[in-house]
Design a protein around this ligand. Structure first.
Ligand code: SF4
Length: 535
């Protein structure tokens, strides 16, 4: 069976990093790991090709070659998903869809033309799909009915199907699921609250395969919460460290984790020694009442400021997500986020307005309260340019204006340099460097792409813009006070090339949506946050 995998296009988002990727001559930040995992679960005698639409168009030759089209994506990709399904159907090709969007809303109009809906996790539903194809079926819907597969049997993803040069980082996955119960989170709906992990040997085999294929850049562990099962993470990390040492630390790692990482020194030490350079934390808000409303109680157990500092002291850069628009939120939430981010110095602070995603606890509660303003099939997903999709407890214009103002202030070029400088002055040294065997040398010559990117950033921020004074002053300060992190400091300064432009995308798109609202949009009564707590 000649199978063509198509990964739909993403809209521009906080994470799309176009301007930075342009600088280093890459097209996309991360590859479609789900698709190459599906490819590994299908019969290996099937011929396969993969086109990531974020990298390039599907060629006519590829359409002509295909006998089956497989399309998978998230809610934010649904528009292009519908276009690609339509193109395949025009050519008379059978189409199978799967992934988070299809699994959460299989009856969405965008998926209407698909012949096969392979829902939930593929380890369970792909065997049903394969059987159906082999029987000669022309339609089908396959669901796991709440079952979650053991991922220790998941094969090594077909990384060989990817165009390596297009990606800035590679993705691998160690665990699925998260033990917490944040009300807005769809991860626990899709993957459950009992984290399931691969074995250390399995993950190492995936890394070895990437290494053998020639990959030498960073790796993103796309786990929903890498430390959701701390015991198993601690079993993996010593093996990972050994593997890195034996090869001269070819990969740096980034991942997502819950804030309680900061209370486990052993775990942070192990991650730092494996060369985890950064970690994404869902901080959401410094407002404790809102964290309680969102049932994100793990973020209220210790000081968020101290948590960020502790992780940073291990040489691991914190990236964080923030949300505005929680029930009972007091005016000034955007400002409090800006103050928190400036105080802690977190360079990449992603913000968005709260979205009720289908089937989450938040969705069900708002549905019961009659506050949803969107059908399940219309949900747009989490994007930084989406207004809230429910009736909030304070005026929606206030929330949106605070959000735009906070976003613009966070990425104002001078404020960004100040924040990143403040952060890198307290950043711990990279602990892994002490383990690089002498045979590999501590420094290798930087790639031309990186040198070129650096020169462009110096030109823009250090010469052309009015940031020039601050740029050189900050550079000297970090060079003098914390020289071991200078290279990272420059890389992170470069990130503002994207945010700077993205500020105007956020402002424009939010203002357009606000202009289309009625003069007095509905508002729900402000329920005191603490009254929403379970007993
Ligand atoms: S900690 Fe993160 S992944 Fe876990 S439930 Fe909360 S939002 Fe979801």
């Amino acid at each position: 069976m000649r199978t063509l995998f198509i990964y739909p296009e993403f809209p521009k988002t906080f994470w799309s990093y176009e301007k930075i990727l342009e600088l280093v001559n890459r097209k996309v930040l991360l590859p479609p790991l789900g698709m190459v995992t599906v490819a590994a679960l299908l019969p290996q005698h099937w011929e396969m090709k993969l086109v990531d639409r974020n990298v390039r168009e599907v060629s006519e030759a590829e359409w002509d070659w295909a006998e089956l089209v497989v399309i998978s994506g998230m809610i934010v990709q649904k528009a292009d998903m519908a276009v690609q399904i339509g193109k395949a159907k025009q050519r008379g090709l059978p189409v199978a869809v799967g992934g988070p969007f299809a699994s959460s809303t299989p009856d969405a109009p965008e998926l209407q033309l698909a012949d096969f809906k392979v829902l939930d996790e593929g380890e369970i539903t792909l065997p049903m799909f394969i059987e159906a194809i082999e029987r000669g079926d022309t339609r089908g819907r396959f669901s796991a009915n709440g079952d979650k597969p053991d991922v220790t049997g998941t094969p090594i993803p077909r990384f060989d199907l990817l165009e390596f040069d297009a990606y800035d980082s590679m993705s691998v996955q160690f665990s699925r699921g998260c033990p917490f119960q944040c009300e807005f989170c769809d991860i626990i709906v899709l993957y459950g609250r009992k984290p399931r992990t691969k074995t250390p040997e399995q993950l190492i085999a995936e890394l070895q395969y990437l290494y053998d294929l020639g990959w030498r850049r960073s790796i993103f562990l796309v786990d929903d919460n890498f430390i959701g099962n701390k015991r198993n993470a601690k079993l993996l990390l010593p093996a990972l460290k050994q593997w890195q040492i034996e090869r001269g630390y070819p990969f740096s790692f980034a991942t997502e984790a819950s804030v309680d990482l900061a209370s486990d020194d052993e775990l942070m030490e192990m991650m730092a020694e494996c060369r985890f350079d950064s970690v994404f934390l869902g901080i959401e808000t410094p407002d404790e009442a809102s964290l309680e409303t969102a049932k994100k109680l793990q973020n209220t157990r210790s000081s968020l400021d101290e948590s960020v500092d502790r992780i940073t002291s291990y040489g691991i850069r914190v990236m964080a997500g923030f949300i505005i628009g929680f029930d009972g939120e007091k005016a000034g939430a955007g400002n409090r986020i800006v103050e928190f981010v400036s105080r802690t110095g977190i360079p990449a602070a992603m913000m968005g307005m709260l979205q009720a995603l289908p089937n989450t606890g938040l969705w069900h509660r708002l549905e019961k309260e009659g506050r949803l303003i969107q059908e399940k099939t219309d949900a747009k997903g989490v994007n930084q340019t989406n207004l809230l999709n429910f009736v909030p407890t304070r005026p929606i214009r206030d929330i949106a204006n605070e959000y735009v103002d906070a976003f613009c202030r966070l990425y104002e070029p001078n404020a960004y340099i100040d924040r990143v400088t403040h952060y890198y002055l307290k950043m711990g040294l990279p602990r892994w460097q002490q383990y690089v065997p002498a045979a590999f040398g501590k420094a290798s010559l930087p790639a031309w792409n990186d040198v070129r990117a650096l020169l462009i950033v110096i030109w823009r921020q250090g010469i052309k813009r009015n940031t020039r004074l601050r740029f050189w002053r900050s550079l000297l300060k970090v060079a003098r006070q914390n020289p071991g992190v200078l290279e990272q400091f420059l890389v992170v300064l470069a990130h503002n090339e994207h945010f700077l432009e993205y500020r105007s995308v956020v402002t424009r798109e939010i203002q357009e949506q606000l202009a289309a609202l009625p003069p007095e949009p509905p508002q729900a009564p402000a329920t005191p946050a603490r009254e929403l707590q379970p007993a």
